[in-house]
Design a protein around this ligand. Structure first.
Ligand SMILES: Nc1ncnc2c1ncn2[C@@H]1O[C@H](COP(=O)(O)OP(=O)(O)OP(=O)(O)O)[C@@H](O)[C@H]1O
Ligand SMILES: [Mg+2]
Length: 364
């Protein structure tokens, strides 16, 4: 069975004046896929989305939608739904009129129009606001209406530019779940722009990590999290401990590194090849480190340290442990019996060799 490719970017380049803001972007989006563009502010997410939508034209490369070259084709000929970074409902139109706008342009009959508006309002769980004006809605409700307006035309492609920004944490999470449910229900091919790694991990089939207009990595959330292609990807996708060091032993089981802060760290075999005395960077995620009060080993690695700070954050406690010349961040889950921690005590940090990621110190 051959997969259907809905969107394809082939070596897409975008410049503003002489400033290259998107460089050699290559991507194939399969039908029904949920793709996130993830990266820091200014990395080119909106610019790329606008090229897919047709609001900007690439300066190089080819853009294909359903196999058709789309360079130079205006947005209204692309059959796509878009939610903009600053959601832009028409203030002088009611919710129903806002949603119906795209249907009117497409000359859909009055009765069908009413039915479709009603259906899409139910889909976004706001069946009773059809007659209100945007200013009579909360921010989160407005964002849901913007999503409804994009969905009502039954687009073959849905483009969402940070549709959950400007919301408080709880509402963000609720709407995120709703987007996921919506996607499962209607299965429309979706490209979702965000700078929030949790959102990208929770929603996507695949994530494209962008940095300064460069694609750093394309992969499933698990691949991005566990097999980052670069230090940038690893550090952008979640909190981590970073230690510089040097490879002092390599054998069949793995690699041993001495850090500049005086720790000996055992790592399992890595995807990359390393050589003796190579300068490297060692990473261990805070949630992979277990704290204990005794020196009994529970993993291949153990370091003695001084608990400097313990911040209770509800479901977990974030600890800072000074070990050697390093300060390690440790996330202690509250299900852990020894979760109540007080600063000023001696603790032991334990972690497995499998939880150590090593990267070359020089990028390459
Ligand atoms: N019309 C424009 N003219 C000149 N430069 C622009 C223009 N639009 C965007 N840029 C620049 O291009 C780069 C990428 O912008 P873009 O809006 O794609 O970033 P983004 O990844 O969406 O960031 P954010 O997360 O802040 O929305 C930025 O450096 C920006 O300043
Ligand atoms: Mg943007």
């Amino acid at each position: 069975m051959s997969k259907v490719i809905d969107v394809e970017l082939r070596g897409i380049i975008k410049k503003f004046q002489n400033n290259v803001v998107v460089q050699d972007f290559n991507l194939q989006v399969e039908q029904g896929e949920f793709i996130a563009f993830l990266g820091p502010s200014g990395c080119g997410k909106t610019t790329t989305l606008n090229m897919i939508a047709g609001f900007l034209d690439p300066d190089g490369g080819d853009l294909l939608i359903k196999g058709q070259r789309m360079n130079g084709v205006p947005p209204y000929k692309r059959e796509l739904g878009m939610v903009f970074q600053t959601y832009s409902l028409f203030p002088h139109m009611t919710v129903a009129e806002n949603i119906a706008y795209g249907l009117k342009l497409r000359k859909v009959g009055k009765q069908e129009m009413q039915e479709r508006v009603k259906r899409v309002l139910e889909l976004v769980k706001l069946p009773n606001v059809a007659d209100r004006y945007p200013k009579q809605l909360s921010g989160g409700q407005r964002q849901r209406i913007a999503i409804a307006r994009a969905l009502v035309i039954e687009p073959s492609l849905l483009l969402l530019d940070e549709p959950l920004s400007n919301l408080d944490a709880k509402l963000r999470e609720e709407l995120r779940d709703e987007l996921k449910r919506l996607h499962q229900e209607i299965g429309v091919t979706t490209i979702f722009v965000t700078h929030d790694q949790e959102e990208a991990l929770a929603l996507s089939d695949r994530i494209v990590v962008l940095n300064h207009g460069f694609v750093e990595q394309i992969g499933t959330p698990l691949e991005i999290y566990n097999q980052p292609a670069s230090e940038f990807v690893h550090t952008f996708i979640g909190k981590t401990n970073r230690m510089e060091g040097e490879v002092i032993a390599i054998d069949a089981d793995g690699i041993k590194v001495r850090t500049t802060g005086g720790l000996l760290i055992q790592a399992a075999k890595q995807a990359r090849e390393f050589s003796l005395q190579q300068k490297v960077i060692v990473f261990v995620r805070p949630e992979k480190i277990k704290l204990s009060d005794t020196g009994v080993h529970t993993g291949a690695n153990q370091v003695e340290g001084h608990l400097q700070l313990a911040s209770f954050l509800g479901s977990y406690t974030e600890c800072e442990v000074v070990a050697g010349k390093h300060t390690l961040s440790v996330k202690v889950q509250m299900s852990d019996k020894s979760a109540e921690r007080e600063a000023g005590t001696t603790v032991y940090c334990n972690w497995d060799a499998e939880d150590v990621l090593i990267m070359p110190a020089e990028r390459g």
